[in-house]
Design a protein around this ligand. Structure first.
Ligand code: ADE
Ligand code: ZN
Length: 335
């Protein structure tokens, strides 16, 4: 199935960062308005192959956003773009630590407003997973959740944590109180793990943070008992093939997606940072089909896993189930 055909079908994405939603043109324009020069020639800005440099780049261009109008426009533009890619529903990670030019509540309000405007115009229905940075202290993490308790924009559905687990060290116990507090507010829980950390990071996300989903999680494959646990407990891995090839494995041949699927782990297919990585949901699904030998019905099933793992309400989930079945009907029927 070609990306062209997949592009038209309704899709759901659970692992995508607003920080990775900038085009080079947009970055150049924001830098011009902010009076800043580019730290690298424009062509080199997106040519990143390690996580630490990648995260610094996100800090730099998100830091160029200095008004609520610019943040609203970024969110609106991205949700509109996702809609054009056939993404019906997306849970978009927003990590306020990257956006140094805006106070956190203003950023989250602006993103919420941009997503609502785009949804009203037929763009993707985007929700927000507010994300901590792995290196934040326990107090900072709890402070964010307390702030959400006072003011929670309506599209916020979850708490996550991203950043560099390898350099941050053992952070599970330190962040656990913030995740417990978020759960008591009714937020869904997810964590980046098993990308720059190994299986121990995935185990910590399950045991210390109590997450139902893991962003990446692919290095769980290094510990067969953990893979069996993920399958048994039905914890979903939000896998991003292009991102993992660029930042982790170097090539697709070394990617464990097919083993994880064969072991019965629920997996979803995602883009991570689509504009930065030059990818789309259609391309990622096409890659997954090539890695796993999937047919259209398998791609529909993987999209269905995303619907079941989404942090939306049950009535919203039911609407998504129907939308998928109606949209994929003629593609996914055997024969
Ligand atoms: N933030 C954006 N993309 C990320 C990734 N792949 N890993 C950790 N943090 C991120
Ligand atoms: Zn990510």
């Amino acid at each position: 199935m070609a990306p062209g055909a997949l592009r038209l079908l309704p899709k759901v994405e659970l692992h995508v960062h607003l920080e990775g939603s900038f085009t080079l043109e947009r970055i150049k324009e924001l830098a011009r308005v902010a009076g800043e020069s580019l730290p690298e020639p424009a062509e080199a800005l997106f040519d990143v192959r390690d996580l630490a440099t990648f995260l610094h780049r996100l800090d730099w261009w998100c830091g160029l956003v200095r008004s609520e109008e610019e943040a609203e426009a970024q969110a609106h533009g991205f949700a509109s773009w996702l809609g054009g890619e056939g993404v019906a529903y997306a849970e978009v990670t927003v990590n306020p630590t990257h956006w140094s030019g805006l106070p956190r509540p203003a950023l989250l309000r602006a993103v919420d407003a941009g997503f609502s405007r785009a949804a009203g115009e037929g763009g993707a229905d985007c929700r927000v997973v507010v994300s901590l940075l792995r290196s934040q202290s326990g107090e900072e993490a709890l402070g964010l959740v307390r702030e959400l308790e006072r003011e929670m924009p309506p599209r916020v559905v979850g708490l996550g944590v991203d950043g560099n687990e390898a350099s941050a060290g053992w952070t599970g116990p330190r962040l656990a109180p913030a995740f417990r507090a978020a759960a008591s507010l009714g937020l869904g829980l997810t964590a980046h793990a098993g990308e720059s950390s190994g299986p121990e990071g995935v185990r910590s996300a399950l045991d210390d943070l109590g997450v139902s989903r893991i962003d990446h999680g692919v290095r769980a494959v290094e510990e067969p008992g953990l893979v069996a646990r993920l399958a048994r407990e039905g914890r979903t891995l939000n896998v991003c093939l292009t991102s993992n090839v660029r930042l982790l494995f170097g090539d697709l041949a070394g990617h464990p997606l097919a083993s994880l699927v064969a072991a019965g782990v629920p997996v979803t297919i995602n883009t991570d940072d689509p504009l930065l990585l030059g990818t789309t949901m259609a391309k990622e699904l096409e890659l997954a089909a090539s890695v796993c030998g999937w047919e259209a019905g398998d791609l529909l099933a993987a999209t269905g896993v995303a619907v079941e793992a989404a942090f939306c309400t049950e009535p919203e989930r039911e609407v998504l189930r129907h939308l998928l079945l109606a949209g994929w009907d003629s593609w996914a029927q055997p024969g």
